[in-house]
Ligand binder design. Structure first.
Ligand code: MG
Length: 445
């Protein structure tokens, strides 16, 4: 009922649809698909992580994979380990921003991110058909532990930063790790950067201190803390630490779209080059790229982290990401990484000694609205056709639903992959203009 299987992995409710039986079979299916070899296994801090990790490990060993267990790690940390160890693949036990009742199993390819849809389907059909290649007694796999992920990850982020410049700034930072997997490495990074850290929800207990999705309503407490502490900036990680939301020195939640924009602003200035973002991401990055010169062009991709990650690699991008606070710095790891994002945003502060709010206020200003409504798949195509006809004067991208860019703003319309609903995102310079763009599109239903 509540089991979701998609390219980004499998998610379910622990003890109902997410069970050890499921985990062992998915581990067996994935290991059979890989044909053995070295597999990296990590988990976020949820209380159910250990039981699912054991079950997946068992499945992997049974088909001859050798497993390196990382324990509680961030998703980008696990991806980095797949790359550094040249593993054949990886598995992360995480349900990202879903509440604690949920857990999930995310497969990583040798490139460190989710497999393309046709490969994901191959793995799932192996699972459904119990098409497992069990190893004989001489070739079952073995397991080892590696507890160095956080150290290696932090070192990798620091390698690309002007550490001395950031240290000189002696920043006061509040970090909210939501008792997720990113606390240890997040704090380590900030301390190496000479920050004075107030670390809240720092225990990797998986007992999420607030609703995990890092949105304004869920971070009101953090905004207060930043303001009361007189901090320079506040950061909030999601439970597997691939997304980052930011609070400015005035205690304002600045919106997850700004995480990528601020990171891109710094990277464009230092190392101008192409960028990648999905079609639902704000236009801020296009404006920043245009200001930064002709080398900075933005490649737009279908929604889904792996699509952005692939575009980053294929186009030699200097930065990539999504509007949900997911920033990809390919020098660190080609997946979304809250640590890489913190490093880039603090780099901006190290160069510009004004209060952070001044830097935020200089970003291009837009208002984005998001709507969803019931729409049967059978009606979707006809509607998209009408939207296309009405797109006069606009630039169309139909890689994933339809995105239409006009000078005054843009809309992105797409069907959900999992439910019979359509999503409409509109962005313009103010709320009224964004509403009017969205209305123009929804009226065509
Ligand atoms: Mg996440």
């Amino acid at each position: 009922m509540t089991l979701m299987m998609s390219v980004s992995g499998v998610r379910g409710i622990v003890g109902e649809t997410m069970t050890p039986e499921l985990a062992v079979q998915l581990g067996t299916a994935f290991g059979s698909h890989l044909g053995g070899g070295h597999v990296i296994l990590g988990r976020d801090s949820r209380p159910s992580g250990e039981l699912l990790e054991s079950a997946i490990k068992s499945g992997l060993l049974a088909v001859g994979c050798n497993v390196t267990e990382l324990g509680i790690v961030t998703t980008p940390g696990a991806a980095l380990t797949v790359l550094e160890r040249s593993a054949r693949g990886g598995v992360v036990v995480t349900a990202s921003h879903n509440p604690v009742q949920w857990n999930g199993i995310k497969f990583l390819t040798a490139e460190g991110f989710a497999p393309p849809p046709e490969i994901a389907e191959k793995i799932f059909s192996r699972y459904r058909e119990r098409h497992f290649n069990y190893a004989d007694v001489d070739s079952v796999g073995h397991c080892q532990r590696d507890l160095s992920t956080n150290d290696r990850h932090v070192a990798r982020v620091l390698r690309n930063l002007d550490v001395a410049a950031i240290r000189r700034r002696q920043l006061n930072v509040v970090l909210d790790s939501i008792n997720g997997a990113g606390g240890a490495s997040g704090k380590m990074l900030l301390e190496r950067l000479g920050c004075k850290v107030i670390h809240v929800n720092a225990e990797p207990s998986g007992r999420f201190a607030h609703v995990p999705e890092p949105t304004a309503e869920n971070l009101a407490g953090l905004c207060d803390t930043v303001l009361r502490a007189g901090a320079d900036i506040g950061f909030a990680q999601d439970p597997d630490a691939d997304r980052l939301a930011i609070i400015d020195n005035l205690g304002r939640y600045i919106g997850e779209e700004c995480t990528l924009a601020l990171s891109a602003k710094f990277v464009f200035a230092k190392t101008p080059g192409p960028a990648a973002a999905n079609l639902s991401t704000s236009r801020m990055i296009d404006d920043l790229a245009a200001r930064a010169g002709s080398k900075c062009v933005v490649h737009r991709t279908s929604v889904g982290e792996a699509n952005v990650a692939r575009a980053v690699l294929e186009n030699n991008c200097v930065i990539g990401g999504e509007g949900n606070g997911g920033v990809i710095d390919p020098r660190v790891v080609p997946v979304r990484d809250s640590l890489a994002a913190m490093g880039l945003v603090l780099s901006l502060l190290a160069e510009d000694w004004r209060p952070f709010s001044n830097i935020v206020d200089e970003l291009p200003r837009y208002v984005m609205i998001k709507q969803k409504f019931d729409l049967d798949r059978s009606q979707m195509d006809a509607w998209l056709q009408r939207v296309r006809m009405a797109a006069e004067g606009g630039r169309i991208n139909d890689a994933d639903g339809l995105r239409i860019d006009w000078p005054e703003g843009w809309v992105h319309v797409r069907p959900s992959n999992t439910e019979p609903i359509a999503r409409v995102i509109a962005e313009a310079s103010d709320a009224a203009a964004a509403e009017s763009l969205a209305r123009r599109i929804t009226e065509l239903r």
